[in-house]
Design a protein around this ligand. Structure first.
Ligand code: PLP
Length: 368
């Protein structure tokens, strides 16, 4: 099987799985006071410190473990969208866990402004800066788009926002950036950064949230005071330890030849959304005259798995992000090819040839 849907999720690595199994034997509740429990607590703190170091976190910052990146994103918006006399700027290219939460707050009467995208799915920076005024309290910008692979320059954008007003809180969803780009949170200057284990060959059901200044955060989950009173709920130790293990294995692979192999072999009437300002492991392309599902199922017959835009959007109907970028003639033929280390350049050539065959065979030409 050739998995070209790596942005949806990744296979847990052997090492991370083993770490999960071993840590499952440490079943003690880390909030208890006996020695075994304290050892469990130590596993959590070790993982926290390891990940903070790997992300070059700022001194005084912390990281809380959550049930998933969706929870991390919901937590940030819950902590930051608090006043009706303030303005909240959200990129229109956010993952639905930010977008839908922002829409929810908007419906409750908070002033949420969605900032439009450029043609590759990155935020329109000019439009963002034009919205800055004394009422802005919070900005959320995805680091790498899960739909198109577009990279937002979080360091430079955060610098400009903080130069305008250092009190504006900045969040970035880094779920698709980890392991693809180098992440230095101290340099980025962000207040919050979201990550998820299952996108980096770790287990599902575990995410984390970097918090630069814990005093500027309030918990979404209240209860037993776990995670420094910032996220209640008994900690998922096996998943946390396996998350650390996935981080230990991370290395940034150069996928430029993979992307070139795909682009060189693509034919048909299509719009390439993912330009050179996108990560090389996510390629979004929209064909005219053929539906995504048709392509997906034909490729599946050859054991090639692809995405039709983001998996999280596939049940929500029209692709919200892509429909801002490509015209309606192309939107129904959106295919996302995303891959990891197990895919070779030859696999990319093979999959693209199969994709091309499917497009040639099943494209319907509409005569006007
Ligand atoms: N943010 C981005 C950019 C994603 O790609 C995803 C997953 O698709 C999420 C957040 C949600 O992650 P999780 O599945 O851990 O809730």
């Amino acid at each position: 099987m050739l998995n070209f849907d790596n942005a949806a999720t990744t296979k847990i690595s052997e090492k991370s799985l083993q770490a999960y199994v071993t840590a499952s034997e440490t079943f003690f509740n880390p909030s208890s006071l006996y020695v075994k429990a304290l050892e469990s607590k130590k596993l959590i703190d070790n993982a926290r410190n390891y990940i903070l170091k790997k992300l070059n976190a700022k001194i005084g910052s912390t990281l809380i473990f959550t049930g998933c990146a969706t929870e991390s994103n919901n937590s940030v918006l819950n902590a930051c969208i608090t006043r009706k006399d303030k303005k909240y700027l959200i990129s229109a290219g956010e993952h639905s866990s930010v977008h839908e939460t922002a829409k929810y707050y908007n419906e409750l009467g908070y002033n949420v402004v969605f900032i439009p995208l450029k043609h590759n799915g990155g935020i329109d920076e000019q439009a963002l800066y034009e919205e800055l005024d004394e009422t802005v309290a919070f900005v959320s910008i995805i680091h790498v788009s899960n739909e198109t692979g577009a990279i937002n320059d979080i360091k430079s954008i955060t610098k400009k926002i903080k130069e305008y007003n250092p009190n504006i809180l900045v969040h970035s969803d880094g779920v698709q950036a980890i392991g693809k780009l180098s992440v230095n949170l101290k340099e980025f200057g962000v207040d919050f950064y979201t990550i998820s284990a299952h996108k980096i060959n770790g287990p599902k059901g575990i995410g984390a949230l970097y918090i630069a200044n814990p005093n500027k955060f309030k918990p979404l989950l209240h209860g037993g005071g776990q995670e420094m009173k910032l996220r209640a709920g008994t900690e998922n130790i096996p998943a946390i330890v396996a998350f650390q293990s996935a981080f230990e294995e991370l290395s940034i692979t150069d996928f430029s030849l993979h992307k070139k192999a795909i682009l060189d072999n693509l034919v048909g009437d299509f719009v390439l959304v993912s330009d050179e300002n996108c990560v090389d492991n996510i390629i979004s392309v929209c064909f005219k005259g053929i539906r995504s599902e048709t392509i997906l199922h034909i490729l599946e017959e050859s054991d090639i798995l692809v995405g039709t835009g983001s998996a999280c959007n596939s049940k929500a109907g029209k692709n919200r992000v892509l429909s801002q970028i490509v015209s309606k003639d192309y939107i129904d033929g959106a295919v996302r090819l995303s891959f990891g280390d197990e895919i070779s350049v030859e696999d990319c050539v093979f999959a693209t040839k199969k994709l091309t065959e499917a497009v040639k065979k099943y494209t319907i030409t509409i005569r006007k």
